[in-house]
Write a protein that binds this ligand. Structure first.
Ligand SMILES: [Zn+2]
Length: 704
């Protein structure tokens, strides 16, 4: 909505008693005037019939006047004429008395809104006499953009209706063709069918001086539609049949404004619906220039040709409760962006003024709720006007500060429900109303505003919210420290979510847990320093994306990692350490290095327990290597000695049995010698690998 600075409703809605009371002309015979209301009984029933084809409302007032003022002394009282108040612009006035036509005239009054229709009573209405009078006149269409209220065309009607008789003796009836959908402001009316019309009846009115309605009816089929394309959407402009100028104006303003607004806002048209803009002065009756209904993407605006109003309402396509949860935010943006869209045109809008501390209707903008449009008291009006002005001032000042480009980022972040605090994972979202708290953080952390906090303190929040702002400040300082502390690790999502929602207690708990995990992370890194083993690959991501439960269990996991890191460090140290000769022999052809590699891999893959088990195996293997080596060494020596004996034995045989089996035995001898040599070589190589110096105990005895 956009408010009307001039309270149109105030002008229309109050039928002033001043206009109603001076309705009689008392003709005094003698010296002392008498009070008219004491002397005459006035029964009056008014019927208003809407005639769209003729462009008028026919008014019929049936009066029964009875002179109840008896003569007194030398005075006797009679009435020579009678008048009724009519809206200015009333035409076709006529009157009858007891069915006979009478002469009538129209008299102006001090108030430009009213005239009087006056009938000559001839003969005069003397004491005890009764006159049955019928007034007829028409309220004619005053046309668009005129001050007078009355509008009657085939698509729309509005007019005032009021009673003109005594307390309890008067009534109002309004007849409207059924094609019209009606609404009214003011007193209650009962609805009835009346052929092809509907009848709205007041019944007997006990206090006519305070009774009045502003009646409206619309028949949208009577509107003249124009349509145009804007991108993928169709915009339908529906004007009164007698107002093609409005249709042209709104069409050209919307056609130019829509793409401009789309660029400024940074979001494409959010709905698939077409947009309908309808001419009606219904909003004026409630003190507004126009309004936007998001459920059917419909704008209704009055007949004034005001581009700011048109663009304000159009910008509500974006700025409505789908985007921001607080009314003031949407209104502030709608007005700021309407003005931005007019920048550089002939219709430039001046900057809003800073609302004063003592401004009428001043309130914290968070308390500026949705209006009850039927509340038309002065206080409500003042609060409405202040709300629009202050909301515009705050958003306009911020947009000036950070510029439309940064503001576009804020709007886009709000639209995508982005967390106010981002890490290095892709921007996370949280679908919850973007209220003033989230907007403040987005302005500061996405838009880079430095004025937002002070502006919000001055205009937006309740005094009670100051505590929240203090908590926010402290928690944000802790957050910044955690960001530093994390280095390349951004703060866990759950913490950033709690900060976004201003759950400062939970955020503080989450940050304490985060710090513990980071301590463990650093301990793990230090523990693994000599191993070349990296942190588990998923650790960082698990930390950054943790929700509440995951963060708590990640702390346990980090402890498991630290334990595994200790085991791996021990295994790596053991594997690297110098080994004695027997250990070397014990480890000959052992795959402990593979086991350690596997344990490293398991660790990096995030399985601390299996990594620990592997590391422990390696340590155990290395611990046992010495004794295994000794056993193997003994065995190898015995085997070698055995083989050498075979060689000796065979040579002996060769000498003895050279003739017979020389060839076969020679072959066996060669194989045995080769095997002994290979074994001796392997033993020598192993001994060499073990880097032991000096003579090996395994050196074979030289055969002579
Ligand atoms: Zn608005």
């Amino acid at each position: 909505m956009k408010s009307q600075p001039v309270g149109v409703f105030a002008r229309l809605g109050r039928v002033t008693s001043a206009a109603l009371v001076a309705a009689t002309t008392l003709v005094l015979v003698g010296a002392t005037p008498a009070h008219a209301d004491n002397g005459i009984r006035v029964e009056a029933h008014s019927t208003y019939t809407v005639d769209p084809a003729a462009g008028v409302v026919h008014v019929v007032v049936d009066l029964t006047l009875t002179n109840q003022k008896p003569s007194s002394g030398n005075f006797f009282y009679f009435w020579s004429e009678w008048g009724i108040p009519m809206l200015a612009g009333a035409t076709n006035l006529s009157a009858t008395r007891d069915g006979r036509p009478q002469s009538v005239r129209i008299e102006s009054t001090d108030n430009a809104d009213y005239t009087f229709g006056v009938i000559d009573l001839s003969p005069n209405l003397n004491y005890g006499n009764v006159a049955r009078i019928q007034f007829r006149y028409d309220l004619s269409n005053q046309g668009p953009r005129t001050d007078a209220t009355t509008r009657v065309n085939s698509a729309y009607t509005t007019f005032w209706a009021w009673p003109v008789g005594d307390d309890g003796l008067t009534s109002v009836r309004i007849r409207v063709p059924k094609a019209f959908e009606v609404d009214w402001l003011g007193n209650d009316l009962d609805e009835k069918n009346d052929g092809d019309h509907r009848l709205y009846e007041s019944g007997a009115i006990s206090d006519p001086n305070s009774w009045g309605v502003v009646f409206t009816g619309r028949n949208d089929r009577g509107l003249q539609g124009e349509r145009f394309r804007s991108g993928k959407h169709v915009v339908i402009v529906r004007a009164w049949p007698d107002d093609p100028q409005w249709a042209r104006f709104v069409t050209s303003t919307a056609r130019r404004g829509l793409p401009k607004l789309e660029r400024l806002v940074g979001l494409s048209w959010p709905s698939n619906d077409n947009l309908t803009i309808t001419e009606t002065i219904n909003p004026y009756l409630y003190g507004y220039a126009g309004w936007y209904a998001s459920d059917d993407n419909t704008i209704e605006i009055g007949d004034e040709l005001d581009p700011e109003v048109v663009l304000h309402e159009i910008s509500h396509i974006w700025f409505n409760d789908e985007l921001f949860g607080d009314r003031w935010i949407n209104e502030g943006f709608a007005q700021t962006y309407a003005a931005l869209a007019l920048d550089g045109s002939d219709e430039e809008v001046d900057d809003p003024k800073r609302p004063g501390k003592a401004a009428k209707g001043r309130q914290a903008l968070v308390d500026w709720g949705n209006p009850s449009i039927r509340d038309d008291d002065d206080e409500t009006r003042a609060r409405e006007l202040y709300g629009y002005d202050a909301a515009w001032y705050v958003i306009d000042t911020l947009t000036d500060e950070i510029g439309p480009n940064a503001m576009r980022k804020v709007i886009v972040a709000a639209d995508s429900n982005q967390l106010s605090f981002l890490g290095d994972p892709e921007a996370e979202t949280l679908k919850r109303d973007i209220d003033w708290e989230r907007l403040l953080d987005l302005l500061v952390y996405v838009g880079g505003s430095e004025k937002a906090e002070q502006l919000f303190t001055d205009y937006v929040i309740d005094r009670g919210d100051n505590d929240d702002l203090r908590d926010r400040k402290k928690t944000h300082r802790d957050y910044q420290r955690l960001v530093q502390r994390g280095g390349t690790w951004s703060v866990p999502e759950v913490v950033r979510e709690e900060l976004t929602l201003w759950d400062f207690d939970d955020a503080a708990d989450g940050m304490a847990l985060s710090r513990e995990i980071l301590d463990l992370r650093d301990d793990i890194i230090a523990t693994l320093a000599e191993t070349g083993v990296e942190l588990p690959k998923s650790f960082e991501e698990q930390y950054e994306t943790a929700d509440d439960d995951e963060l708590a269990s990640l702390r346990g996991k980090a402890e498991e990692y630290l334990a595994a890191a200790g085991d791996l460090a021990a295994a790596h140290a053991a594997a690297k350490s110098d080994k004695g000769m027997f250990a070397t022999i014990g480890l000959w052809k052992n795959d402990y290095n593979d086991v350690l590699d596997k344990a490293d891999e398991r660790f990096e893959a995030g399985d601390g327990d299996k990594a620990s088990a592997g590391a422990d195996d390696v340590v155990a293997t290395l611990d046992e290597a010495d004794s295994v080596g000794q056993r193997r060494a003994g065995l190898a020596a015995a085997t070698l000695i055995g083989l050498l004996l075979v060689v000796f034995g065979l040579r002996f045989l060769v000498r003895r049995r050279r003739r017979r089996k020389a060839v076969r035995v020679a072959a066996e001898l060669a194989a045995a010698e080769a095997r002994a040599a290979q074994l001796a070589e392997e033993v020598a190589a192993t001994v060499d690998r073990s880097k032991t110096r000096g003579e090996s105990l395994l050196e074979p005895p030289h055969p002579s």
